[in-house]
Design a binder for this molecule. Structure first.
Ligand SMILES: [Zn+2]
Ligand SMILES: [Zn+2]
Ligand SMILES: [Zn+2]
Length: 778
């Protein structure tokens, strides 16, 4: 039978996802034209809607190719098609954006594309050396959008009127800059200026750029206004300059990130695997944690960039401005957030002169406003996948889908590494990294991000989920808002966050290990095992608690935690263990004070934190007794293990804990707290001390320590009889711990799940809080 071309039909296709501002409508225009279809395409509140009319064969082709051949930056999350009666369209048109509710995705900022890059360095091109060139495939998005739909008047480019040439490109469907909202050129777009430390202009345009480069080469600290905020830049090969930057930023040892001029330059300084190479050169262009290889480095990066650290946070230029600056320099620069420690990154040039006064010698600024701060993202490759450690530029605010609609919920996150999340329908939009809510500036940024989210998506939350910690500023904010407040226990939020981003539902065993989180029993948690079943969550196991003498001071001084743990394990005998580095790290008067604190339990809260166990082990092994930043001792221990492969492990004991007499205790903050098992670290501590005394190499001790924790996790998984095991919490930023746990769980027949797009650290808490409400666990 011959199938003749059937009668005309109309096809309506709704494409949901990140399909605005990526050249999707021009792509649809070209596709429809190729297939001789009539109709229209429009950006709508729910994504892109297309109606096409034609023969059934052509419509089938259209349906097949619209998703398959879509532009590289489009992210199609769903596609619904319906055949309808024809209405007699003539030709194909791109219609103006419609209004309505704003559930469309906002795209992240996209690194400069190869075409724009080629034009940037092409002497004959009218955009030669123009630092703000972009097209539909690249350039700013999230950092310039003030409202939806994404059109030029709703961006910070509204104040720049396109010249005739730019307007021509913008209106030509065949042009790469067709409907590129930030389209600009030297004649009509934003321009650079160089200011001195007091904000007085020194030079503008290309002169500003060249002069800034000259001063960086001469050892100056230059504040550079980028896409989502300021960087402070210095020559990464100049020890004096890097040390001065550390001084003025009051950042003693925390590693700085480095921007390399080219991929080849990064290869000369770091070991780069295939996946890491893809990440470095991806449109997201994050900071990628790489292993250093100083031996191959022709112009070595000084050690003060990342003191004692075998890794380096490396990135490549991701905007035309950074491409030009780094090409002029030809050497790597430190590129650290333009802020004082723990404050949010500066976005406005006048504010920068105020806030960064005394930090920067010069300011390289421009007159394109930044709508919102967006830091550099940080990613490492672990277990053969990407592991996002800080989610910001290139990733935010892409949503995670919960796959079920619910009332709009705002998650206000934790206290440190704060970020917020809001659900609109089934999508949870996860904000960019905000930071530690320790300063007025950080709290202001936190409120601005929430306001912007509610404005952007035109949604007021029906419920606000927060941490169960009553003293967190984020918790206080949730209560002040007056909406329905839903406290979610911190470690449960970690687990649910990993489940949500992996689209894994209950039942599952969550292993939630971090530094500290508010527990429900008056202790500080951080080594928790949570069984999540439909509609309920129960802490089935934990670590036996130990004291933190001095509370927060113990976090800054791992030797305190170590001493408390030694006392718990060895009793009175601990005070005579002068051959253990921890004891030697205290003076006699200090020992007296600590002794009183530990024995009387005064100002010594108890914790089950695995992060603090890492601290204690680092001190006992003699690696570090004081930290300059959170997680430093754990990092030392992780680095100490490198290239030491062994299956040996320190033993830990699993003990059965007494159960409450009358049934289940009531659930608080989504969690029933009735651990069946507790892991006693005493055997581990004894074995570690024995190894210290036997002068066992540090790498071996570190491996045995890590492996011991992994075996304990596997043992609890076995007892839980749950096949899915979810790994979350800051401890799983440790690549060896993560990979070893995954490997051992798989070997024992479990199905491990871990973070990829959302950080395992407290940057993931907001998503978990929203998931808790959606899954009726708050
Ligand atoms: Zn481009
Ligand atoms: Zn122009
Ligand atoms: Zn945490």
């Amino acid at each position: 039978m011959t199938v003749v071309e059937s009668a005309r039909q109309r096809l309506r296709v709704q494409i949901r996802g990140a399909v605005q501002g990526v050249g999707f409508r021009p792509f649809v225009y070209r596709l429809a034209s190729d297939l001789s279809l009539c109709g229209w395409v429009i950006n709508s509140s729910s994504g892109v809607v297309v109606e096409v009319e034609g023969g059934s064969g052509a419509l089938e082709q259209f349906l097949l190719r619209v998703a398959r051949d879509s532009p590289p930056r489009a992210i199609v999350q769903g596609l619904e098609a319906a055949y309808l009666d024809p209405v007699g369209f003539v030709g194909f048109e791109i219609r103006e954006s419609a209004g309505g509710d704003k559930t469309t995705l906002v795209l992240p900022d996209i690194a400069t594309c190869p075409e724009c890059l080629a034009e940037l360095f092409d002497h004959a091109n009218r955009r030669h050396r123009y630092p703000f060139t972009n097209c539909t495939n690249c350039g700013p998005r999230f950092s310039i959008i003030e409202a939806l739909p994404y059109d030029r008047p709703t961006t910070t480019m509204a104040g720049f009127e396109m010249c005739e040439a730019c307007r021509g490109e913008y209106e030509d469907p065949r042009d790469r800059r067709f409907h590129a909202q930030p389209n600009a050129c030297p004649a009509c777009g934003p321009q650079l200026a160089l200011w001195d430390a007091d904000g007085r202009p020194l030079a503008d345009r290309d002169d500003a750029l060249r002069a800034a480069g000259g001063r960086i080469a001469g050892g100056a600290i230059v504040a550079v206004k980028g896409l989502g905020g300021f960087h402070l830049m210095v020559d990464a090969r100049n020890d004096a300059a890097v040390r001065r930057l550390r001084d003025v930023k009051a950042r003693e040892e925390k590693p700085f990130a480095v921007m390399f001029p080219t991929f080849a330059a990064a290869v000369a300084s770091c070991e780069i695997g295939e996946r890491e190479a893809r990440l470095l050169t991806s449109p997201e262009a994050p900071i990628v944690l790489l292993r250093r290889s100083p031996s191959r480095d022709p112009t070595p990066i000084v050690d003060s960039v990342a003191p004692g650290n075998p890794s380096l946070g490396a990135m490549l230029p991701s905007t035309p401005l950074h491409h030009l600056l780094l090409a002029d320099l030809g050497f790597p620069v430190v590129a650290t957030s333009g802020n004082r420690s723990d404050e949010p990154i500066c976005t406005d040039e006048r504010e920068a002169v105020e806030r960064l006064g005394g930090l920067a010698d010069l300011f390289l600024v421009h007159n394109r406003p930044i709508a919102r701060h967006v830091d550099d993202s940080i990613v490492r490759v672990a277990a053969g996948r990407d592991l996002v450690l800080r989610r910001a530029r290139g990733y935010a605010p892409l949503p995670v889908s919960l796959r079920s609609d619910g009332p709009p919920t705002l998650g206000v996150g934790a206290h440190l590494k704060n970020c917020v999340a809001m659900s609109v329908g089934a999508n949870v939009f996860v904000s960019q990294h905000i930071g530690d809510l320790e300063t007025v500036e950080a709290f202001g940024a936190f409120e601005r991000v929430i306001d912007a989210f509610e404005g952007l998506y035109e949604t007021a939350p029906a419920a606000i989920a927060c941490d169960a910690h009553p003293d967190y500023l984020s918790t206080a904010y949730a209560r002040r808002r007056g909406s329905e407040t839903r406290p979610v226990q911190h470690h449960l939020a970690h687990v649910l966050s990993a489940m949500a981003e992996n689209e894994v539902g209950p039942p599952a065993l969550g292993i939630s290990w971090d530094g500290t989180g508010f527990g429900l029993d008056g202790t500080i948690w951080g080594g928790e095992f949570i069984a999540v079943t439909p509609g309920s969550a129960r802490r089935i196991a934990t670590f036996l608690t130990f004291p933190l003498p001095g509370g927060d001071r113990a976090v800054r001084e791992p030797r305190r935690t170590a001493l408390a743990l030694l006392c718990q394990v060895f009793g009175e005998g601990a005070w005579g263990m002068d051959d253990v580095p921890t004891l030697a790290a205290f003076s006699q008067p200090e020992r007296h004070i600590l002794r009183a604190m530990i024995e009387r339990g005064v100002n010594a809260p108890r914790t089950s934190s695995v992060g603090r166990l890492f601290d204690a082990a680092a001190s006992i092994a003699g690696l570090r007794h004081h930290v300059r930043f959170e997680g430093q001792a754990a990092m030392d221990l992780e680095f100490a293990r490198e290239r030491m492969d062994t299956d040996e492990f320190y033993p830990l004991a699993v003990v059965v804990t007494p159960q409450p007499e009358r049934g289940d205790p009531a659930a608080v903050a989504g969690l029933t707290d009735a651990p069946v098992w507790a892991i006693d670290p005493a055997p581990l501590v004894r074995a570690l001390v024995a190894d210290v005394r036997a002068l066992v190499p540090i790498g071996t001790m570190s491996a045995r320590f890590h492996n011991g924790l992994v075996e304990a996790a596997v043992e609890i998984a076995r007892r839980s009889a749950l096949e899915r095991v979810v790994l979350s919490g800051g401890c799983f930023q440790n690549r060896y711990l993560l990979e070893r746990t995954i490997g051992r769980l798989r070997a024992e027949g479990f199905r491990p799940v871990w973070h990829q797009r959302v950080p395992p650290n407290d940057g993931g808490i907001a998503l978990g809080q929203v998931a808790a409400v959606a899954w009726h666990l708050a």
